[in-house]
Design a protein around this ligand. Structure first.
Ligand code: SF4
Length: 189
């Protein structure tokens, strides 16, 4: 049986395909507190109230609920889903641009909710650092085709045969740079 992907892998893969390997390596070998850096910790604090279910006591809000799309074989958590409004919200610590990875995470959540019989009427990204909301439009057929192409790319990705040059601008901000063999020696502290 094909292994499922997680919602967060989509965003990670778009940032850098190699990061998926290092994320999995660290997750299976170390406690999260040993490798989470500042941006991740900030990201975690943005989700903390949701993960422990204390963001809202309203019965009409799903928070931190694990959902699964059997169509795409995708597993992950939704941050907030307001059942009465059909409003789906993904919170990040800081959003400076609506990247494809953010949109695709919301698409994945929406597809999984649809399979559970929930209608999603609105999708939003929320940046807690500056209290800004970004409405994410529903995907067109072209968007869905690109989303599916990314899932296929993740499933067929082979680290060993990836000969692409690393993007140093990304590497310098990457949480895995100290263990990534593609991060140049001269850039290490
Ligand atoms: S250090 Fe660079 S090549 Fe390595 S996972 Fe991070 S972004 Fe990718």
């Amino acid at each position: 049986m094909e292994t499922y992907l997680t919602f967060t892998q989509i965003n990670d893969f778009i940032f850098c395909p190699r990061s998926i390997f290092y994320h999995d390596f660290l997750r299976s070998n170390y406690a999260p507190s040993n490798f989470k850096e500042s941006p991740q910790i900030q990201g975690l604090s943005a989700h903390a109230a949701i993960d422990n279910g204390s963001y809202s006591s309203r019965k009409d809000v799903l928070q931190g609920t694990t959902v699964f799309s059997s169509k795409y074989n995708l597993l992950g958590k939704i941050d907030l889903f307001f059942l009465n409004e059909g409003r789906l919200v993904e919170r990040k610590y800081s959003i400076t641009a609506v990247y494809d990875g953010f949109r695709y995470q919301l698409y994945a959540q929406m597809f999984a909710l649809n399979e559970l019989g929930h209608q999603v009427n609105k999708m939003e990204l929320y940046s807690s650092k500056d209290n800004k909301k970004y409405v994410v439009p529903f995907p067109t057929q072209e968007d869905i085709a690109k989303f599916e192409a990314v899932l296929n790319a993740i499933r067929s990705y082979d680290l060993e045969s990836d000969r692409s040059e690393p993007n140093l601008l990304k590497c310098r901000n990457c949480n895995y740079r100290e263990i990534c063999s593609f991060f140049p020696e001269e850039e290490r502290l």
